[in-house]
Design a protein around this ligand. Sequence first.
Ligand SMILES: [Cu+2]
Length: 469
Amino acid sequence: MTSMLTRREFLRLGTLTVGGLWAAAHRFPLTAWAAPEVPFRDPPLLDIRRPEPGLVEGTLVAQERWVDLGFRKARLLTYNGSLPGPLLRVRAGDTVRLKLTNNLSEITNLHYHGLHVPPTGRADNVFIHIPPGESFEYEFTLPQEAQTAWYHPHIFRPPAAIQAFAGMVGPIVIEGDLDQAPELQAAEEHVVALKDVAFQGDRPAPHTIDEWGEGKEGDYILVNGRLQPTLRVRRRLLRLRFINMSNARHYRLRLEPAMAFHLIATDGGFIEKPVELEEVVLVPGERADVLIRFDRPGRYRLVNLFYPRGTYLSKPANSLLMTVDVPEGLPVPPSVPPSLRSMQRLAVDTGAPPRKIEFGLFLINGRFMDPSHQMADVETRLGQREVWELWNNHPVDHPFHLHTYHFQILDRNGVPEPFPAWHDTIPFRPNDRIRIAVAFEGFGGKTLFHCHIMEHVAMGMMAVLQVNA
Ligand SMILES: [Cu+2]
C-alpha cells in the first residue's frame, strides 16, 4: 500500500484485509465488517444509430471527466465519461461509422484491437493522429465473425500507455449467428473488463521511470470500473467475456470454491468445442469467452492468482475481483454444448523456412521501432501464408500482438497446440519459442506487431509489417 492512498481508500481496503483478519481472529461474522456490497454492472452501451440495414453509426468523445468508481471519484481520461468506455455492440458484417472527437489537450486516435479490418484509409489505421479539438470518422466493414474485441488509443508520442492507463479503454462485442444458438442463448451474458488503476490525488498516478521498464500496474483491479462487485445471477449458466484492458498486468483467473470455466472463444472467435479449464490466463490485450455452469447455489469468488512475469515483480493489488452470487431456487442449468463449430488448422506450406521474430530488451529483431514508421521491418505479399517463429530472448514476459490478421499457434516450445484457435495476442514467456501460422489475406497495407505491455511499445518494442498487394 502506498502513501498515495486517500483515507477513504485506506478504510475501504482496511475492511477487506486488516479488518477482515481481525474479525476472523475474533470469530466475528465477516459480514458485520464488510463494506456494503457493490452491485456488478455491465459497461454502458454505446448509443448507436442504424440509419439503414447493416450500417451502424456512433460517436466517442475523448475527454477528461470526473468518474464515480463507487469506492472513490477520480478525474480520468475517458471515452464518453465512463470507465471503461461504452460497449460497441454490433453484428458481424455490419459497416461501422464511428466518429472520434478529441476533447483532450493532446493528440489521440483509435485502434480496434482484434478486428480483421484494413489497417489503411479510415479503417483501423493507427497512423492517423487526431489533433485536440478535432474529429475523425472511422469507417470499416466487419467480417462475418462473432468476436469479443476492444478499443484503445495507439499513438506513439505521447505514449498511448498514458492515455490507456488513465482510462481510455472500451469493449467491442460482435454478435454472429452462433451467438443465437439456443445453448448459448440459455446463458446469462456479461462483459468482464479487467483494468487496474492507481491514483495520485484525484488523478491517475503518473508513470515512474521504473514503470516504463516494468510496465505500469495499478493498486486496484476494477471489474467494469467497479471494485469487487457482486453479480447476483438470474440463471445458473453464465457466459463471461473476459477482456484484459490493463497496460501490463497479467491475470490468472480462478473461481473459489472451484468451478470450471468452459472456454468457448479466444481473441478471434469461437473454437471447435468448449474446453474445460480450472484457470484462465489473460495477458494484456487478450480476451477469453467462457461458460460457467453452476451445478449448485452459493457464493463464488473470482480471484486473480499471482502471475510471475519473469524477473519483473508484479505490483500487489486486490486478489478478489468479483463475487458471483448464485441464489437458491433457480432452475437447473442446461449442459454446456458439446460442440460449437467446425474449424480447420490453418494450412501453411512448411517447405519455406519460418520467419524468425526475436524479442529482446525493448528490441524486435535487434531494432527499436522507427518513430517515422517509414521503414518496414517485415515485408510480405497479400495472399501469402507464413509460419513465424517467435523467440523471446529476454527474461521477462512480452505478450505478442499482431494487428489486422489473426493467427493460430502451431506449437509452444516444441509442444503442439492441443486445439486450433484464432488469436491476436498471446502469452510470450521468458525464453519461449512459439511457432504461429498466419494468412495475410483480405487486404494489405502497412500494419504493426508489438509487445502488448503498453509501456514497452513506448520504449520501441514495436515493428512495422508491410503487406504488399
Ligand atoms: Cu514487452
